[in-house]
Design a protein around this ligand. Sequence first.
Ligand code: UD1
Ligand code: UDP
Length: 359
Amino acid sequence: MKIASIVGARPQFIKCAPVSRELRKEHEEILIHTGQHYDHGMSEVFFEELRIPKPDYNLGIGSGTHGHQTGAMLGAIEDVLKKERPDLVLVYGDTNSTLAGALAAAKLHIPVAHVEAGLRSFDRRMPEEVNRVLTDHASDLLFCPTETAVANLAAEGVTGGVHLVGDVMLDAMNYNRMVAEERSRILDEVGVEPGDYLAITVHRPSNTDSRENMTAILGALGEADRPVVFPVHPRTRKCLSEHGLLAEVPENIRVVEPLGYLDMIRLMAHAEKILTDSGGVQKEAYMLGVPCITLRENTEWVETVEAGWNVLVGADKKSIVKFVSEFMPPRERRYIFGNGDASKEILRSLSEYKGVRYG
Ligand code: UD1
Ligand code: UDP
């Protein structure tokens, strides 16, 4: 089969790495990068570290408002799909690149496979939630990481083509965990000791765009009695600067540029606790057995909360301070994200897929 994979943002590079490796054993892959993320540290570094083949197309769409960005992607992806005529299009996650890819393919009657299907936060103010729902309803094959995701789809009447395969981020983690340990020097570089620091990432508009939320989060971390390492997403850096908060970051917080995947895994693995509003980081904290404090009111990864390893605190300063000092998960940590063979399962289903192009 000729399969076109569409990626564009940081988490999608990580998700596509293990799938692409499997896919290329049996099929032809055309890799399309929308260019949604374009800084070296947000894009190229992942292709280098994860040895993802160079994209066949980089559409160079870049940043913009939701409508302009998604619309520009839609047109540019359509042009490539019409030229390449793939048998199937593979999209990942819940970004604007995901939605544009799924929509462009569906309109051309090319079957769509969605990796990380069925996730719901039930919060339509999140741009990702709209992308998830629309992408799932435009997809022919839906690869779900968790049982909750399968149930979410069923509740919306989506049952055909649904496969519970586990989470491809676990595949990526397993493949790279030891490599990160051997190669990454990040703890020395930022000057922290294993187990004696907090790691934080923040990039959701609900936090970054609110001066009040960012003040509460930084204020709470400033009260921690240990160092905090904060790799800052470009959106967050821009917002902190606009809010006039960049110069006021408390002294114990070490603000660094976005990290490559290997540095990020090593940083998370040895943190005492992780604070985040990222979806991927919540999962990785669980995979690594590090307690996670989620700076949101809701999550798609409800199993991590039910298991007692993740707690939702929003951007409430008092709660953050309390959980940073008191949060203690149970000993047990059951398998939530499958066995680390999600990519192989996806390939099995793709190879067996009998749906043919409609056009
Ligand atoms: C996007 C996704 C989000 C995902 C996140 C992963 C959507 C709607 N959002 O959010 O789901 O969790 O990626 O990181 O698709 N910027 C740069 N350099 C870059 C990329 C972005 O400076 O390489 C800055 C620009 O100012 C841009 C802003 O970051 O306007 C936001 O980028 P964008 O891709 O629109 O959304 P993210 O917040 O990154
Ligand atoms: N990540 C990274 N460097 C960073 C921050 C995150 O490599 O500085 C990785 C992280 O380990 C995870 C993925 O990026 O694999 C998560 O992406 P992000 O938080 O940007 O998006 P989300 O998962 O919320 O969509």
